[in-house]
Design a protein around this ligand. Structure first.
Ligand code: 6R9
Length: 650
């Protein structure tokens, strides 16, 4: 296998032997004990039909399913013949259960504004938004792109789409015009929901200006619904653009959720792959609903009075599954925060926890490391006693960050759970259950119910304890992706074609004698920068599109805060000079600030094999300032490495 890129970090994980028992007070009140986990996990593998039918049966179906699973590898259909609606289950069902007056969302803007929505209020707005979309001609099955800041309207729009069976495609508000138009074109979106602007670190991000430019390149687009977030008065194109508040005010608040086939597409979410353009990961209604419902309840030990805060933006899958669908399906109170963790200062997260009495905090290692760097004195100024459970997601968490999170934020009273999953898996796959399992810092843990992981070689040979290999899943699960939007061949090849008959996750991992799985990082050309996936190919394409660049190679370099950062090696075009600042600005414009290279090497050649393949392995070593290791004999010109090692990064 290819070596995972963050090797310093991996060494730390490999030498880690601490085992942390669940705090006794927590374990005493926890939903799931170790025995209970063992029993249900066994049942979920031995008799999956009964197991999943029981879970799905806790939700409302307009037509019962006839068959739990129809598996025609690599295509799964779950709850076959059943009809349901995820927005109905997230909202109407809660109101019918008497939770209408309970808070669904507590939203805090970066400027300190707070908006609260009860389940009844949220349902009303979602119904109005659904009617507003219908009035704009959106029909069941149409694609709707969302390009929004983290405002309540983002979740309202998602739920409104789900209510009428329109397929949402959320594009992170930090993405560029080209990223937005590429995604809208791939999905052939009819409607774009955006905002005039977003608030970020006190400034304005002009989303509408980007949306206008992207709309010009998207022939399928008919309308734009514009949320007035910042009062910035953008130009509105008559006939095309409609203000969100005006459309909702004109819409009826009566709407019945549409019964949809269990396999009706719910959303597309684009994520980076190892080659070519981002993939539109497609999730469908019934299975995704069951997976997010079960995991939110079980993994986070959900209680009626919890205030659940997942800090992810809705532009990522974590925001879909654990800021919107999973918690609402369980009738939980969700905290949403619009802005940056360091605005106006690094105490912002802790101020939010204190003010809103957050009980469960779910965030990413990159944020934990950045907060840790600010020192213990900042969190010490806040009352964090409401917290009872801490979670981590997005990349491997290094044991130092884990211990700091548990001690300084959790006061040694809160369990810390590490959760491994992917855009493609839809919901949490590996974790420790907080009251049932001891945690091993750096290791994600054990499989969730119904998930059967294994560690394999490329040849499909299953490896034993402690052998490093490839992480695979041996059977389908309800919230798995169904295909790559518009490219089923890519779905087959990428996920079920690498190793026969198993789902290939693209991560390297090993499993210890207790069954705990430690995920070590991507084995393909995908970088994980601040917990976000970026394809090296995507960044390389952006670089070579710049007139001063003839050729480019991108690798990751271990970074204390971001986990990994982007390092680019570029060859100038002819006699041109490469201006690093201009190149960085160009990548930011083409993809987004996340992809901006931290270091650029201007080279006269790249290390290639005789067949012309760039050997990124050596570039990673150079980027990390390490000595060249490994067999250089397949290189066409081994002298390239010496010259590169002497080239300063700019
Ligand atoms: C949910 C999400 C998925 C990739 C995945 C892996 C990495 C996520 C992790 C983790 C180690 C964890 N990853 N969680 N690695 N430990 N707890 O992050 O989805 O954006 O699709 O990223 O992130 O490499 O393959 P997504």
């Amino acid at each position: 296998m290819t070596h995972p890129t963050s090797s310093d970090h991996i060494d730390n994980v490999l030498h880690e032997t601490r085992v942390i028992q669940p705090p006794a007070d927590f374990a005493a009140q926890a939903q799931v004990t170790r025995e209970e986990y063992d029993r249900r996990y066994r049942q979920s593998l031995d008799d999956p039909d009964t197991f999943w039918a029981e879970v799905a049966g806790e939700l409302t179906w307009m037509t019962p399913w006839e068959q739990v699973l129809d598996w025609q590898e690599p295509h799964a259909r779950w709850f076959v013949g059943g009809q349901t609606n995820i927005a109905y289950n997230a909202l109407d069902r809660q109101v019918e259960r008497g939770l209408g007056g309970k808070r669904a969302f507590v939203w805090e803007g970066e400027d300190g504004e707070v908006r609260t929505f009860t389940y009844a209020e949220l349902l009303r707005e979602v119904k109005q938004a659904a009617n507003a979309m219908l009035a704009l001609g959106v029909q069941t099955g149409d694609r709707v792109t969302l390009y929004l800041p983290l405002v309540p309207e983002a979740a309202i729009a998602m739920l409104a789409c789900a209510r009428i069976g329109a397929v949402h495609s959320v594009v992170f508000g930090g993405f560029s015009v080209s990223a937005l138009s590429d995604r809208m074109n791939d999905a052939a979106s009819k409607l774009l929901i955006t905002a005039d602007a977003g608030l970020r670190r006190g400034g304005l991000v002009n989303l509408k200006a980007n949306a206008d430019e992207a709309a010009g390149k998207t022939p399928t687009l008919e309308h734009m619904l514009v949320v007035n977030r910042a009062g910035s008065n953008p130009p509105m194109q008559p006939g095309r653009d409609v203000w969100w508040h005006e459309a909702l005010a004109a819409a009826s608040d009566e709407h019945e959720a549409m019964p949809l086939d269990s396999e009706h597409p719910l959303f597309v979410l684009y994520t980076s792959g190892s080659t070519g353009k981002p993939k539109g990961v497609l999730h469908t209604t019934g299975g995704y609903m069951v997976g997010t419902y079960l995991t939110t309840d079980t993994v986070f030990d959900l209680k009626d009075d919890d205030v659940f805060w997942c800090t992810a933006d809705v532009g990522w899958v974590t925001g879909h599954s654990y800021s919107v669908y999973g918690p609402l399906l369980n009738g939980a109170t969700v905290m949403l925060y619009e802005g940056a963790p360091n605005h106006p200062d690094w105490g912002r997260f802790w101020a939010i926890v204190q003010k809103h009495r957050v009980t469960i905090l779910y965030t990413a290692p990159t944020a934990i490391r950045a907060l840790m760097r600010q020192g213990d004195a900042i969190p010490a100024q806040y009352d964090l006693s409401s917290l009872r459970l801490l979670g981590s997601v997005g990349e491997p968490i290094n044991p130092e960050a884990w211990m700091w999170y548990a001690r300084v934020i959790g006061g040694d009273r809160c369990p810390v759970i590490d959760t491994w999953w992917q855009t493609e898996t839809g919901s949490i796959m590996l974790t420790t259950l907080p009251g049932a399992h001891p945690a091993k810092p750096g290791s994600a843990g054990l499989p969730m119910y119904g998930i059967e992981p294994a560690i394999m070689t490329r040849a499909g040979e299953e490896l034993g304890p402690n052998d490093g290999g490839l992480l695979v899943i041996k059977r389908p699960w309800p919230s798995m992706l169904r295909t790559v939007y518009g490219d089923d061949e890519r779905y087959r090849k990428t996920y079920w074609g690498e190793i026969p008959h198993v789902y290939f996750a693209g991560d390297g991992a090993r499993r210890d004698a207790d069954g705990y799985i430690t995920v070590m990082g991507r084995v393909d050309d995908v970088l994980n920068v601040s917990g976000h996936r970026l394809g090296t190919m995507e960044i390389e394409s952006a670089l070579v599109a710049h007139p001063s660049v003839a050729e480019a190679a991108v690798v990751g370099r271990p970074d204390d805060i971001k986990g990994e950062c982007v390092v680019a090696f570029v060859l100038p075009q002819g006699e041109q000079t490469v201006d690093p600042a201009a190149l960085r600005a160009y990548v930011t414009r083409e993809i987004g600030a996340l992809a901006r290279p931290d270091a650029i090497y201007i080279a006269d050649a790249l290390p290639k094999t005789r067949s012309g393949k760039i050997m990124r392995r050596f570039l990673r070593q150079i980027a990390a300032g390490r000595a060249i290791e490994g067999d250089t004999s397949t290189l066409e010109d081994p002298g390239v490495l010496d010259r590169l090692a002497e080239t300063p990064a700019v």
